[in-house]
Design a protein. Structure first.
Lengths: 161, 164
């Protein structure tokens, strides 16, 4: 693992999870770390029924979702975020067929821009609230940290750990 | 002039999203070519006032619209008749730092998302273009109308940049 992590309680998962010690710095590295992981000899053969390409398509789509939600939260007052069914997305959006390079490029580009917007928003921006039918009313910080854990969980999956 | 480099034959259409618009006959071809054309046009643009927006702000706007467009495409393909939220472009411009955003990051994100969005549309196939979404004020519309509208939006910004 290239990213230094710390244990953190995620209120969305209601579990102790790992997130980067340097939250934004670690999140910025993840697309490259994931891309590198595919070149390692013990890279995964799937997991949760998904192909490796499928996992990266999922990471790319989650990053678009995060980007959309960050923008909503910064531009609106406590917006209601809409949930989605990730398994339905995987099926309907053809994760098995998606091109690895296209997914990695989208994941990396969206991550860079999302972090740029978050850095500009600063600590006050991270405390802006969203409402979600499953997660309740919480600051956007919780969603960002949740995605940081999500990255690492899928990285471990790719690495076959 | 950027618009002159837009080599796609167009026809006049009535778009439910933006009204009367010029639409390329080759929609997918024009969507594929747009990031490169727009990026080149913005690099060449000396204008600081494209309808009140600088080239930097236009680049940020295009990057962000491609994100929410991708979100909409995904929801329409994967869900049944989803209700799609609207955004206020001016509010986004102010709240999301368009005047400060890094231009290279905006261009890279616009291009990467456009490529991923087009891949998704191709994989979904022709039938998916007839899938419906619920527009807040216009009622049920097809995914096709949203895809077509994307070409209108691209072309409008190319012309805006060229006229600036």
């Amino acid at each position: 693992m290239d990213v230094q992590t710390t244990t953190h309680h995620c209120p969305i998962c209601d579990a102790d999870v790992e997130i980067p010690v340097d939250l934004f710095g670690g999140m910025a590295q993840m697309p490259k770390v994931v891309a590198r992981a595919f070149k390692e000899p013990h890279a995964m053969g799937g997991g949760e029924g998904w192909t490796p390409h499928g996992v990266v398509a999922h990471l790319a789509d989650i990053e678009v979702t995060l980007g959309w939600r960050i923008r909503q939260v910064l531009a609106e007052d406590a917006p209601q975020l809409q949930p989605f069914d990730q398994d339905r997305w995987a099926d309907a959006l053809e994760y098995k067929e998606r091109d690895l390079a296209t997914s990695l490029a989208a994941y990396g580009a969206n991550r860079q821009l999302n972090l740029e917007i978050l850095r500009r928003a600063g600590d006050a921006g991270l405390e802006r609230l969203y409402r979600h039918p499953e997660f309740g009313e919480r600051p956007i910080r919780t969603l960002v940290e949740h995605i940081a854990d999500h990255d690492l969980a899928h990285l471990r999956q790719i690495q076959g750990a | 002039m950027a618009a002159a480099e837009y080599r796609f034959e167009t026809r006049r259409v009535q778009c439910p999203n933006c009204g009367e618009a010029d639409e390329p006959l080759d929609v997918m071809g024009a969507l594929t070519a747009a990031p490169e054309l727009i990026t080149a046009a913005l690099h060449d643009s000396r204008s600081t006032a494209n309808d009140g927006w600088t080239p930097q702000e236009v680049a940020a706007h295009l990057a962000d619209t491609e994100v929410f467009r991708g979100m909409r495409f995904r929801r329409i393909i994967a869900e049944d008749n989803p209700a799609i939220e609207r955004i206020d472009g001016e509010v986004w411009a102010a709240a999301l730092y368009y005047s400060q955003r890094d231009v290279a990051t905006s261009f890279a994100t616009f291009a990467a998302n456009r490529r991923a969005n087009l891949e998704m549309l191709r994989l979904a196939g022709e039938a998916a273009l007839d899938r419906l979404y619920l527009h807040e004020s216009l009622g049920p519309l097809t995914l096709r109308s949203l895809v077509d509208h994307t070409t209108h939006h691209d072309l409008a910004h190319l012309r805006q940049i060229s006229a600036g």
